[in-house]
Ligand binder design. Sequence first.
Ligand code: WT7
Length: 652
Amino acid sequence: MPESKVYLPHERVTRGARINSIAEYQAMYEESVNDPEGFWAAQAEEMLEWKEKWDTTLEWDFEKPHVAWFKGGLTNASYNCLDRHANGPRRNKAAIIWESDSGRSKVYTYQSLLTKVCRFANVLKDHGIKKGDVVAIFMPMVPEVVTAMLACARIGAIHTVVFSGFSAQALRDRMQDSGAKAVITVDAGKRGGRVIPLKAMADEAMLECPTVKKCIVVSHSRATVDMQPERDFYYHEETRRRDISNDCEPEWVDAEHPLFILYTSGSTGKPKGVVHTTAGYLLGTALTTKYVFDIHDEDIYFCSADVGWITGHSYIVYGPLAIGATSLMFEGIPTYPNPGRFWEICEKHGVNQFYTAPTAIRSLMKSAPDAPNEYDLSCLRILGSVGEPINPEAWQWYYDVVGKGKCSVCDTWWQTESGAHMISNLPGCTPMKPGSASLPFFGVQPVILREDKTPADIGEEGRLCIKFPWPSMLRRMWGEDSEKRMMDNYFGQFPGHYFSGDGAVCDEDGFYWLKGRVDDVINVSGHRMSTAEVEAALNSYGDVAESAVVGYPHEIKGEGIYAYVVLNDGVEASDDLRKMIIGHVRKDIGPIAAPDFVHFVPDLPKTRSGKIMRRIVRKIAAGETDKEGFGDLSTLVDPSIVDTIIETRPNQ
Ligand code: WT7
């Protein structure tokens, strides 16, 4: 744990903040963990609207595992995000401000978004989509992606958003696993001036997805696409039909009705479909948006994530809209047309809360360290960070140069599975220690355990677990064997606890310091990649005999992907082959999975039982060459391979 400076929230943040003393946080936290059911029931009453009240606040058994919140209650996520605001004083308030790649912007009020969502929900119904059906959404950051998500929620359909940077194969795998009935996509996406043919990719995926009967295409780039009769329809044509009504009564669903599936990487090769349910998820995202970003009615809030990830689901769409906030979404990338783009957007729209990832902060800090000074960023009050531990240098630049020392930097630790923030400082009261996510959110009960399952001491690194359910937690894995997979992935390692997969330390002030994943998951630019998944893609290339993938420290991305590749006998290593192999992974999973490094090796360091000694390949990837620090090598079949690998390591 680094000895760090402590910063107190600036008076301009504290003033007017919902919680502006640490004593107040502590009192509310105590209440939330001493009587979790009472706390959450009161919050559920206050934050959400219900068609019918629930019967039981909480059912849980982490040994099974089984968790249900607010069972028997009837509600609807789209109603909570739209109607109740559109039917009140926020009717003409901006719900979504959309900023395009090329610098145009559009505003959707609560009223206009509600109408769009109702019309599209009616279109979906007309195409046979019903409550409980899965709808895949393969869209970039266009406003219609929000409409599509909320239209699904309105009719009780379960959306599964697939990040538009993924490949056709990755889309196919997710549509097959989820049994999607329809896919919503765009003709082509635009990112940093590049055009990505999403409809053509969806066509390729649909060839092997017999359950997908309909494809709705948003016309975004005026690209020419193939439209298959009876299957493919244009969004604008369908939503403008005269027989489509502006009204669509929400489908009132049980609190535990699935809202969406989101695929994420685990230790195994296959992505897991994490299932989130309606009320608990909405409550968790709404409450954290309210307190962590301290959003007030007049604020403009900007989260730079993509809706293809959980951050976009929770903190562009559901959390902000549930509390009636104005959420700004951005189609482009931070460096196009120049690395001042984020700051330009903050100035243009008068952004008060800005939420991004350390990888973006590092890259902008490096490429244009003074760019924030060229813009008027005086509206900013809260600067959020998410995706990986934020290194103190990046924290300092964010705080000093972007925030001018007058904003709170909120380091939010959470996961796809947690649905909402779990550990974060609150901007108006928590002292900030750069690099620490600080204190648990209301109702969250973290513990740090040793491998032998006993609690770690203060200052001792262990595994971060959660010992009590929280409303926005994942409920199951989509598909068969959910209970077994839940046990294997999250609840089996430390019985009675949810295990996050992260290492962490708690200091004497009760502040948590995250130390990164302890499983075979790597964190590339705040995106989760499974090493097994990249290995499977590498191994499916004809010339590759086997491979081992590990993360290595990367200045901008946090972790880069380092691939050790053993070629088939008789195949010659070459730069061309390296490029072909990288291209293959790109096509198989998507550009984010492309190895930064391919190191051809004659063999991998394996134990007699055939297991790759990952500790060794990790160290070599990290640039360590001194075998002294490698530990015991005597169980290797051929210890000399370690020298060969060190000697052939390409220069970075
Ligand atoms: C993993 C979850 C949560 C949305 C983005 C990623 C790492 C996330 C932090 C943080 C340290 C962090 C963890 C976690 N992580 N935020 N503030 N400090 N680590 O979601 O893809 O589900 O990844 O991201 O390792 O387990 P995800």
